[in-house]
Design a protein around this ligand. Structure first.
Ligand code: KIV
Ligand code: ZN
Length: 498
């Protein structure tokens, strides 16, 4: 019988920690349901003590999903553990994920402590968590740089204290695959009682080795992997779920199975990218736009003769349907609905009707409507709770003239308008906006991105604006790039804590 590998998804915790990737509770529930449909075993839903928002999301996700275990992160601190247990109260299957740094640099600089004291704290946090839940996972933060002998002592002690899973994070993404694999093998061979717990990998991608390290861990005995969709996560990200799932599906000789329904991989990837406003690099393995695009003449020729010449994965296995209907201005509601469903989005008739109208307007401006456009449309009413909304924008610009913008805002139901000139259309529009919203705001980051190649494409704008000592992230999308920029600025302002 093949070995079973448990998939622990931390998109909603390690992934959501990334600046600009924050989701609201409704969006997190949508993601959690999609992860359940994808077949993950464990959903790390948040770090409840870190904020009321995280606490609440863990509660709501616990109510919303049925069979995956819901996991909540804590430090080795009693209060954290109590709050996590409280947040998990509705989960049908629950796990507390507690732990502490074990590398010498964490012990010395982060905790100003000693190996013996840290060992005691590790045992104590597991025992404390066991008072609330049966399933306790311990993480040895920075295990990648922890001395193996000491790590083995910690792992042995926490298993004795009741840990059901022990996580060996390469927190800094430093290990070489051989080094990380040897570490897992060392633990498998030197820890008394190792058979009473599952060893888990948790690899970061700082040197681009997260997937290789995770696989090295699995090949040496780890039976849980901690991963995220699209590999999002702190800094360069975490190991990506889709890569591990497809490696195991492709390499049958490894004889290791997961519960992942690989056909849901692509819709899940699109959903995360869209909700978190985090583009997927075009050449990303498995889910990038070019992952299955053969552009060189030699490759095209080979693929036409026999697809296996250059393709090791059938795109349909990850939910990319070659025959998907191409949406144009002539497509009906049913075609739009079917595409939305394929992307993991179910809508009420009323919402579908509304999006369909937006779709027709966009299709008038743009000949091919792609999945990113559809996902943007599905979130088209992302502004509907906003206090400040853009009512109109008119800009004149050109070569040899100064740009002038007039702009109207609706602020809590009241209309305001102003105009300004600037050294370009975006500058003029933002100056007009700042005349109405008269606060000391500083634009810190501004990126414009087009999804495809055409001049009719939807432009996406990501922005960061500093106000009152905080940096706020905003997003806008429009075929008019000046409007997208203003939308992004307004999105930031709507998030100000005032
Ligand atoms: O990278 C890491 O060490 C972590 C732990 C908190 C599990 O994310
Ligand atoms: Zn991490």
């Amino acid at each position: 019988m093949s070995d079973r590998l448990y998939i622990f998804d931390t998109t909603l915790r390690d992934g959501e920690q990334v600046p600009g990737c924050q989701l609201n509770t409704v969006e997190k529930i949508q993601v959690a349901r999609q992860l359940e449909a994808l077949g993950v075993d464990v959903i790390e839903a948040g770090f409840p003590v870190s904020s009321p928002g995280d606490f609440n999301s863990v509660i709501e996700i616990s109510k919303a999903v049925t069979w995956p275990t819901i996991c909540a992160l804590t430090r080795a601190v009693e209060k954290d553990i109590e709050v996590a247990a409280e947040a998990l109260r509705y989960a049908k299957r629950k796990r507390i994920h507690t732990g502490i740094g074990t590398s010498d640099s964490h012990i010395r600089y982060k905790f100003n402590s000693t190996r013996e004291e840290i060992l005691e704290r590790a045992i104590a946090c597991v025992k404390y968590a066991k008072r609330f839940v049966e399933d306790v996972e311990f993480y040895a933060e920075d295990a990648g740089r922890t001395d193996n002998e000491y790590l083995a002592r910690v792992v042995e002690a926490v298993i004795k204290a009741g840990a059901t899973v022990v996580n060996i994070p390469d927190t800094t993404g430093y290990c070489l695959p051989s080094e990380y694999g040897d570490k897992i093998r060392y633990l498998m061979e030197n820890v008394d009682g190792i058979e009473n717990a599952i060893i888990s990998t948790h690899c970061h991608n700082d040197l681009g080795m997260a997937t290789a390290n995770t696989m090295a861990g699995v090949m040496n005995g780890a039976r849980q992997v901690e991963v995220t969709i699209n590999g999002i996560g702190e800094r360069a990200g975490n190991t990506s779920l889709e890569e591990i799932a497809m490696i195991l599906k492709s390499h049958k000789e490894l004889d290791i199975e997961t519960n992942i329904n690989t056909k849901k991989i692509y819709p899940t990837s699109r959903m995360i990218s869209s909700l978190m406003n985090m583009p997927v690099q075009p050449n990303k393995a498995i889910v990038g736009r070019n992952a299955f695009a053969h552009s060189s003449g030699i490759h095209q020729d080979g693929v036409l003769k026999n697809v296996q010449t250059y393709e090791i994965i059938d795109p349909r296995d990850v939910g990319i349907d070659d025959n998907s209907i191409v949406l144009t201005a002539r497509s009906g509601r049913a075609a739009l609905k079917s595409r939305l469903n394929a992307l993991g989005i179910e809508l009420t008739q009323e919402k579908l009707d509304k999006i369909y109208q937006e779709f027709l307007k966009l299709a008038d401006k743009k000949k091919d409507i792609n999945d990113d456009d559809i996902l943007l449309l599905a979130g088209a009413d992302r502004t509907h709770n906003h206090r400040i909304k853009l009512e109109y924008l008119q800009v004149t610009s050109g070569v040899g003239v100064r740009s002038v913008a007039s702009l109207g805002l609706n602020i809590a139901g009241e209309s305001f308008e102003d105009s300004a000139s600037g050294n370009g259309p975006v500058d003029a529009a933002i100056k007009a906006l700042k005349k109405i919203i008269n606060r000391k705001m500083v634009l810190k980051e501004f990126t414009i991105q087009a999804i495809n190649k055409g001049s009719d494409d939807v432009g996406k704008v990501h922005m960061q604006v500093e106000y009152d000592g905080h940096v706020y992230y905003g997003f806008g999308a429009n075929t008019d790039i000046v409007a997208a920029s203003v939308e992004a600025y307004i999105d930031c302002i709507n998030k100000f804590k005032i």
